[in-house]
Ligand binder design. Structure first.
Ligand SMILES: O=C(O)C1=C[C@@H](OP(=O)(O)O)[C@@H](O)[C@H](O)C1
Ligand SMILES: C=C(OP(=O)(O)O)C(=O)O
Length: 431
């Protein structure tokens, strides 16, 4: 979809959508629970990624009743018996990396497929385990589809912590279901650590016991049983980041953007957005479950993005409109998301008139007063790039055309409705 976005001033109150990361985890844990009793998950939105995970868990034997923004699940008792061995993971890294090990906690032949950049996103950490355990797997040139045939064995596992935390989450979900005890050791630096906290929180809620040895290793007893639970998903810090930046860069100093469902005490790693923008000089009013953002003059800073990669693109927008230089460092993992987010955000913001360059895995951003706009930009089929450019458009002099605007459906399908509700002006040029 191609849309025209007119420069506009965003203002008002926004309901932040539920956390995608918590939603995946809650659906999977509830779907693995002992049968009979229902789990209920409230405040769930069916983005493409969450629908993808839910569909697979249904295929694997969970009984699922979907409402508009909630879900009731009767679990499969921790035994994965697929109705169909083909799993379409679409573009969701979380889905495929969480579910590969879970799928082979029972002896199975499974085909995992994907779309877009997921076809190439790394899965080597699992291939190494398959080779060690003699589990059959096949993929052409290292790309999806991937066929796996076998069953995981309890024992010692090792994962590098600096590629994707999603492998660790996948194993933390799978290993409790195996016949014996396991130990998962994390080599190298653990990045995206906050996501492991979310995993441990939901596993605990489902009655799964894991001993966390300071994130260096995890002891996991086998033969554990997932218990049903009721759970309400909290607001998504990766998404609130867009609205926080929208409020900060607003050209009208009397504006206010109020973001609802923002848990002050959240374990989400992207909560870092609050501290980072405050450090840059943003004026925020923070309550237990909402944040009010006032337009503020911000100053460049150094941002280590290794623990909160998903807010990298929108922080680049803020840096590009802040005084002086902003450096976003340690961004290696940004390159293996839905797009290479270092290159995609740099390229598109520079088309608008920003001054962003790449230096290794860092973004070096020299602030400008405003963007020119008046050009066509692409979302690179990446939801976070689409939303970042939408927010950037509010400080353009001229309207912009955004290609692949539909990519927001991956995590935030009603983003454009919210954008318009907040005062944004868009026109669909090509469906
Ligand atoms: O576990 C999760 O829910 C996620 C982990 C992160 O990935 P990495 O650990 O690969 O950085 C993040 O980028 C992704 O959007 C969601
Ligand atoms: C990288 C993301 O998700 P995933 O890894 O689940 O595809 C994201 O939502 O930005």
């Amino acid at each position: 979809m191609k849309i025209k976005i007119k420069p506009s001033i965003l203002n008002g109150t926004i309901e932040i959508p539920p956390s995608k990361s918590y939603s995946h985890r809650a659906v999977i844990a509830a779907a693995l629970a002992e049968g009979g009793k229902k789990s209920k998950i409230d405040n769930l939105k069916f983005s493409v990624d969450i629908t993808t995970t839910t569909d697979i868990m249904e295929n694997w034997g969970a009984k699922i009743n979907r409402e508009e923004s909630s879900l009731e699940i009767i679990g499969n008792g921790g035994k994965v018996v697929p109705k169909d061995k083909y799993m379409q993971c679409n573009e969701s890294g979380s889905t495929i990396r969480f579910l590969i090990p879970v799928g082979i906690t029972s002896e199975n032949e499974l085909i995992f497929d994907g779309k877009g950049k997921l076809v190439d996103r790394p899965l080597d950490s699992y291939y190494r385990i398959f080779s060690e355990q003699g589990i059959f797997y096949k993929n052409e040139n290292g790309k999806l589809p991937l066929t796996v045939n076998g069953k995981l064995k309890a024992g010692n596992y090792e994962i590098d912590g600096n590629i994707s935390s999603q492998f660790i989450t996948g194993l933390l979900y799978a290993l409790p279901l195996l016949d014996g005890d396991s130990k998962l050791t994390i080599n190298k630096n653990l990045e995206s650590k906050g996501y492991i906290d979310l995993t441990l929180e939901i596993l605990k809620l489902a009655g799964i016991e894991i001993v966390n040895n300071d994130y260096k290793s995890f002891d996991i007893k086998g033969n554990q049983i997932y218990r049903p639970f009721d759970y309400t998903v909290e607001g998504d810090y990766s998404q609130v980041a867009f609205w926080i930046v929208a409020g900060i860069i607003s050209a009208n100093k009397d504006n206010e953007v109020k973001c609802l469902h923002v848990n002050k005490n959240s374990l989400q790693g992207d909560r870092e957005i609050i501290e980072i923008v405050q450090r840059m000089g943003a004026k925020l009013e923070i309550s237990d479950d909402y944040v009010i953002v006032k337009p503020s003059k911000t100053k460049g800073t150094v941002i280590d993005i290794s623990q909160c990669p998903d807010i990298g693109p929108i922080l680049t927008v803020l840096g590009a409109l802040s005084e002086g230089e902003t450096r976003i460092i340690n961004g290696e993992r940004l390159r293996i998301k839905e797009s290479d987010r270092i290159t995609s955000i740099k390229t598109e913001l520079n088309k608008l008139g920003a001054n962003v360059s790449e230096e290794g895995d860092s973004l070096i951003i020299k602030g400008v007063d405003r963007f020119n706009g008046g050009v066509t930009v692409s979302a690179w089929n990446d939801h976070r790039i689409a939303m970042s450019l939408a927010i950037a458009s509010t400080r353009c002099e001229k309207e912009i055309i955004l290609e692949e605007a539909e990519s927001v459906r991956k995590s935030y399908p009603h983003f454009w409705d919210d954008f318009v509700k907040m005062g944004g002006e868009i026109e669909v040029i090509e469906k």
